[in-house]
Design a protein around this ligand. Structure first.
Ligand code: ADP
Length: 629
């Protein structure tokens, strides 16, 4: 990694992704550069809170400076702005790792997302941390001394491909913590002005839980810009929406508006304060396999960790603070794992979030649907992971359906509109809604005016597998078993179908079965088809066909159990074939038909014919015969 080493320092290359990010920072014509200051202040506040926690066990780390603060100072003539904290600080290794690579799990995905899109706009929505300093600075200088350390280090970069690191004498370093000095570029000199600094802090950082002061350039002392009071300790009636929005920015690292703010104090068996937000945009790491949440756990105002996983993984997108009165301050990692108080808090907060979401759905449908758009696919994980929450989640779950024309429908809406004699909630699984809508399986449902849920999120396959039903109605796949459609009357305006007689279709089905052998478990007449000739469904007890495929792809199960081939007795071709079957003879033509239609049904399911070469040969023969007329 080292490019050059001198007696005093070293020049190192940034990780490739960082260079990419920095280039964006430098070149992006960026609409809101103010955000860099929030990122630096957030880092400074986090560093103070980390030390506050560490010092619980090791109080000598604080020395004679127990009061945390963030000090801003600017030099207008020199064009510099400095953000200094007396927090935990960084040693050499940490500086190289933290300021030379990309630690945030979402950032890589973010960069990939940038490839085609509008980088500047995206950076505006998602904080990219320390590196955003290069939007306003031609060079950044970081001097840090870790709490308790006897050495200090300086990190310096102009934001091109490399950075420098060298030791600094202690008298040139803060007594403890980190000092970040930006040499502002020509377009950004305003950030050295008191007015600008005050405005930006008021807008983005007024409620970080560490005080912020501004050193006045004329040597007249300092001015407090933020008192470090914990917003979550205020009562709801004392806090303003704008304060919430600003604090949300600090805890989430995002720049969207929170869609829902949940702020309350729990009293009783456990006492704790909660200030949580549901974002309106998806964080980048939403589908990261680790599925980690980032709620900040405090104990009596002292920040403990953001790794406690206070909420279940299906609420991992919720951001904010939970501050407990009852937990011990010296919580170790192991103690966090299975702590009964923390678990009780988690359960309480989960219930509250669900009920607040339900209230939001009632009070502000549009806003709620935005939340569901962004996080519905995650919340539905709770349907199979958190059985005790299932009913509460059913209540807020929304679905696109064959009748909703792109709008969201709740299960209560669905059940309220059941057709006469309809006893199940029907669903269709698939990769995307358009494909599901085109699948032959739902034709007969449309004909009878039966609504079908379109389940196209990967998670859907998992929860429907274990779902018992809603309001006494079982969930049933449109590709499963013999759909009991006959009992439901045909919808108004739908013509009656002139179908081939049962016995003729029966004869044809028997011949088909003979030809197809083990490839199908049964061939039978269908009630679910109206325009398509054929489709494949699962046997009576078999798993949904789509689900079986998804599980096989995840290697959770192998596709087993041959499917049922269903024939549309109302289709002209099937009628013609049935006539031929009854008449006898036509052995070769019927055999071709069996194999080609089976292939057809597989293609409609998104699979190739099981013997593509044989299929192609038969199609070829058919075409030659057709041409010969
Ligand atoms: P994030 O804050 O999201 O982790 P950043 O790029 O802003 O991403 O910072 C990277 C890391 O650098 C931080 O996680 C922290 O470990 C370290 N860091 C940044 N600023 C400071 C600071 N003022 N004091 C101590 N550590 C810091």
């Amino acid at each position: 990694m080292a490019d050059s080493t001198t007696a005093s320092g070293e020049t190192l290359n940034f990780e490739a992704e960082v260079t990419q990010l920095l280039q964006l920072m430098v070149h992006a014509v960026y609409s809101n550069r103010d955000v860099f200051l929030r990122e630096l202040i957030s880092n400074a506040a986090d560093a103070c809170e980390k030390l506050r926690m560490r010092a619980l066990q090791q109080s000598d780390l604080l020395g004679d400076d127990p009061d945390f603060k963030i000090v801003l100072s600017a030099d207008k003539s020199g064009g510099t702005l400095t953000v200094a904290d007396n927090g935990i600080g960084m040693d050499r290794t940490e500086m190289v790792e933290n300021l030379g690579t990309i630690a945030r799990s979402g950032t890589r995905a973010f960069l990939e997302g940038l490839a085609g899109g509008d980088g500047a706009a995206l950076i505006g929505q998602f904080g990219v941390g320390f590196y955003s300093a290069f939007m306003v600075a031609s060079s950044v200088d970081v001097v840090s001394r870790q709490a308790g350390a006897t050495e200090a280090w300086r990190w310096w970069s102009d934001g091109t491909g490399e950075f420098h690191i060298e030791p600094v004498p202690l008298d040139k370093a803060p007594a403890r913590g980190t000092r970040v000095t930006l040499t502002l570029n020509d377009d950004s000199k305003a950030y050295a002005e008191q007015e600008t600094i005050e405005r930006v802090v008021a807008e983005y950082s007024a409620h970080v839980p560490v005080p912020i002061v501004l050193e006045l350039g004329d040597g007249t002392g300092e001015k407090t810009l933020a008192d470090g009071g914990a917003l979550w300790r205020k009562s709801r009636s004392e806090a303003e929406e704008s304060e919430y929005a600003e604090f949300y920015g600090h805890v989430s690292g995002q720049y969207d508006e929170p869609a829902l703010t949940v702020h309350y104090k729990a009293e009783g068996r456990h006492e704790y304060a909660v200030l949580l937000f549901v974002p309106s945009m998806k964080p980048f790491d939403l589908f990261d396999p680790a599925r980690l949440g980032r709620i900040k756990l405090y104990v009596r105002r002292v920040y403990i960790t953001d790794e406690a996983q206070v909420l279940p993984p299906w609420l991992r997108f919720v951001r904010g603070v939970v501050d407990s009165e009852d937990l011990p301050l010296n919580l170790s990692r192991e103690m966090l794992q299975k702590n009964p108080i923390l678990e009780a808090i988690g359960r309480g907060v989960t219930s509250r979030i669900l009920s607040e979401l339900d209230k939001l759905a009632e009070a502000d449908r549009q806003r709620f649907e935005k939340v569901w758009d962004a996080f519905g696919a995650v919340i539905k994980e709770g349907l199979y992971e958190d059985v005790e929450r299932r009913d509460a989640i059913y209540k807020i779950a929304r679905f696109k359906t064959t009748k909703s024309e792109g709008a969201w429908r709740g299960l209560a809406d669905y059940v309220g509109d059941l057709r006469p004699n309809q006893t199940a909630i029907y669903y269709a699984l698939g990769d995307d809604q358009k494909k599901i809508l085109e699948s032959p399986h739902i034709e007969g449902f449309a004909r009878r005016g039966i609504e079908v849920l379109l389940l196209s999120d990967p998670v859907d396959a998992f929860w429907v597998k274990t779902a018992l039903g809603y309001d006494g109605k079982p969930f049933q796949s449109v590709t499963q078993g013999a759909a009991d459609l006959e009992k439901v009357p045909v919808a108004e305006g739908e013509a009656d179908v002139d179908a081939a007689p049962d016995s003729a279709v029966g004869t044809l089905a028997a011949l088909f079965k003979q030809t197809l052998g083990d490839r199908v478990s049964e061939v039978r007449a269908s009630t679910r088809l109206t325009t398509s000739m054929v489709c494949l469904v699962a046997g009576e007890t078999g798993m949904d066909r789509q689900l079986e495929k998804i599980l096989a792809a995840n290697e959770q199960a192998s596709v087993k159990g041959a499917p049922v081939l269903e024939l549309n007795p109302g289709h002209a071709l099937i009628k013609g074939l049935a006539d031929k079957a009854v008449a006898g003879g036509h052995v070769e033509a019927l055999e071709d038909a069996a194999i080609l239609l089976f292939g057809e049904a597989r293609i409609l399911d998104g699979d190739p014919p099981d013997d593509p070469a044989d299929h192609a040969a038969r199609v070829g023969r058919l075409l030659v015969n057709a041409m010969a007329g």
